[in-house]
Design a protein around this ligand. Structure first.
Ligand code: PLP
Length: 359
């Protein structure tokens, strides 16, 4: 019996464009080898910054690249926060960001996430208690919930950020992986002076390229670059040079199409499995991304289900780490991208058996 891991949100190995990366590496090193192998500005490899700027419709001064987007979040914490500062995240939210905020000593308040984005009344109540330095949101195909923020709630977030004077950190690594439906505008498009928009090539090329980026006001971008310089002098220019060459060859668009073809049937298998085996669990129904999440029926908790799942050959993540201020006892995240449709079906069958056993 193969063990099925609904644990880490990683891309599928078979999605990596290895031959394209080999060709791009050779071409980039031939063309810009000395620059790629030398130290350089902490803002990132300039040709990549320029390519990103054109793609995103901004100036290169608005672009910071880094070794993955997570470390850019760390730079943000180092630059903007001192111990005790207030920060909002959605609850649940990305556990590694919560970890970085905590490590910096921030007071993290979770704003409950609904199927169409943060609960706005809860946000207003939290704002009446205190205005955060920033609100970290994942509006598209949220990690871990899988939800997407509606256009109406995006507008409210921007209004409230303007009214109370806090920043929106829009972390959007899954945005381009929409398998169906219509996309909403980014928060950055609605409020460029209030928003720092982040994304990454981790989910588009591969985690190994460790190339993430942030778009924002040049004054903030410059400060974060200074923290980056003090941390690692300059980011990995070899990876950034390869990423640039691969992008400028026009390979991003066809790669996104291939990812959609690979992942859409996996999402469908996940939703169909939940309908078939677990009709009483309340599940999110995303149109893209990497995650579906479920809230287990009353009376069953994730810890007990995990314990029953392991001997059935199913590994699950503890939901609690996604909840900055408690809760999540019945929350289960199901990352579906790195499993085949048959494995997903089998995994959800085992999950339903583990839930029965835990009742
Ligand atoms: C919401 C979110 N932000 C950031 C990251 C980290 O991405 P990177 O590999 O670019 O550091 C992830 C990775 O899973 C993520 O889900």
């Amino acid at each position: 019996m193969n063990t099925i891991n609904f644990t880490r949100g990683v891309p599928a190995n078979e999605s990596f464009p290895i031959d394209e990366v080999i060709d791009a590496a050779r071409a980039a090193l031939n063309d810009k080898g000395a620059a790629m192998l030398q130290y350089g500005p902490a803002l990132g490899f300039q040709p990549l910054r320029e390519w990103l700027a054109e793609w995103q419709g901004v100036s290169a001064n608005n672009v910071l690249t880094g070794n993955g987007s997570l470390q850019i979040i760390e730079f943000l914490c180092l630059e903007m926060l001192k111990p005790g500062d207030l920060v909002f995240t959605e609850t649940p939210s990305y556990d590694r960001t919560i970890g970085l905020l905590r490590r910096r000593g921030a007071r993290v308040v979770g704003i409950p996430l609904e199927s169409d984005g943060p609960n706005i009344e809860a946000l207003e109540r939290a704002l009446a208690q205190g205005v955060p330095k920033f609100f970290y949101v994942i509006p598209d195909f949220q990690n871990p919930a899988g939800t997407t923020c509606s256009g109406a709630k995006r507008r409210r977030l921007v209004e409230l950020a303007n009214k109370h004077g806090f920043l929106l950190i829009e972390d959007a690594p899954y945005r381009l992986l929409r398998y169906r439906g219509k996309e909403e505008p980014t928060l950055y498009a609605m409020a460029p002076d209030r928003t720092l928009h982040m994304s990454s090539f981790t989910k588009l090329i591969a985690p190994g390229v460790r190339t993430g980026f942030m778009i924002g006001e040049p004054s903030i971008i410059g400060k974060l670059a200074k923290v980056a310089e003090e941390t690692y002098i300059s980011p990995g220019y070899v990876a950034q040079g390869i990423t640039w060459e691969w992008c400028r060859r026009g390979l991003l668009k066809p790669q996104i199409e291939r990812l959609k073809e690979l992942y859409a049937p996996r999402l469908d298998a996940c939703l169909a499995g939940l309908d078939k085996y677990m009709p009483d669990a309340s599940a999110t129904r995303p149109d893209g991304g990497f995650f579906v999440s479920i809230t287990l029926p009353e009376g069953v908790n994730t810890a007990a289900v995990r314990a029953k799942a392991t001997p059935l050959g199913l590994n699950l993540t503890d939901g609690a780490a996604f909840f900055p201020d408690g809760g999540g006892e019945r929350f289960v995240r199901l990352p579906f991208c790195a499993l085949t449709p048959a494995e997903i079906d089998q995994g959800i069958l085992r999950l339903s058996e583990a839930v029965k056993a835990a009742r």
